[in-house]
Write a protein that binds this ligand. Sequence first.
Ligand code: CO
Length: 459
Amino acid sequence: MKKIRFTETVLRDAGQSLIATRLPYDKFEPILETLDQAGYYSLECWGGATFDTCLRYLNEDPWERLRNIKKIAKKTKLQMLLRGQNLLGYKHYPDDVVRSFVAKSIENGIDVIRIFDALNDLRNLEVSVAETVKRGGVAQVAISYTTSPVHTLENYVKLIKQIEAMGASSLCIKDMAGVMSPAECFDLVTAIKKNSKLPLHVHTHCTTGLAYMTYLKAAEAGADVIDTSLSSFSGGTSQPATETLSYALKQLGFDTGLKPDVLKQANDFFKPIRDEYIKSGLMDALVMGTETDALTYQIPGGMLSNLVSQLKQQNALDKFQAVLEETPRVRKDLGYPPLVTPMSQMVGVQAVANVLAGERYKNVSKEVRAYLRGEYGKAPGEIDPEVLTKVLGDEKPITERFAATLGDGLEAGRTEAGPLAGSLEDVLSYIVFPAVAEKFFKQRAEKQANRVAYSIVKL
Ligand code: CO
């Protein structure tokens, strides 16, 4: 029997896509044991935006959340998303910080680390992959999916071979914008399966409405695992529904390993929670629908809405068409970066700046400047030499791995974090999100002081 397995995203990507990652631990704790019995390959439950949101909005220690999940969900692998050398933040961290973060993630309960880089520059993944393997975790390397003249099947296969040589445990095609079509997915999965023995996961979003068909073709082409979310948190900008795909693929002769009655029980738990978020307005009708403009413009949906809001702020909505035409030109100039965070923002802001200034690259953000300097890594294609000269002048871009130019960071972070950061986990929280971590530490200390005061009064 053909086999396909599922990664459940309701605790991470689905919530990040639909309700800005605002699901507190207490709300999903009662269903963890059930989720653990459903037969998933893994539960994606940590990393991505969960870490920042725990500290910033939910007043939760993300490390404690992870330990708590692990205490209950003992059977199923726990999975996280890690942005390679950027960890969960937005800049490159020194290697000692990356190693320590990976080691602590595994020590606190993570089994599978899905690691990716916005540019698919594998040098930005090598430290986290090596450390994951060393600590006994599954190092899953995800390629950021995009289409461009340099993102050919041949180049993707080349990339996959390099990933294999790095010692990755499994592979993932990560289509963060939901723009991968069923036909493209079938060809890519087929090509990868022909050239690699590693298990292959496919990750997409329903945004443009393609995802169910894309997963069907992924399964036909031999993908090993697909990412889905329980139906009440599926669709729109989130993943396709677990129950639906499990039902359909089973009829097509696939063993999914999932137990439909357990899935129903889990979904019945999440349904009223979803309704609560709709009522409070946190789950907007807009993220629930299908948005096909991304297919017309070949620009991810989130990026399109950012362009509109930028132009609105500048009172220049009449320039929308010009910006839409400028965006692919900027992307080409920059060597066809995949339009994923932070590249999508950088390309969008630059396209708007070029149009509004009436002169291309007259105004350049510090991020684009850093990108041209090579600080984000190597561009997939060639960066336009004229743009390079116009922005950098005589300055030569670096060609080595940017993190190799940074010194150690752990000890400095420990000193800076101060006495409120009690554990190495705290220090790592502080290094990645200094301001929000500090606020969290202070609140935690106050809570503890109150608790002590209260118990004294009771005595
Ligand atoms: Co995603």
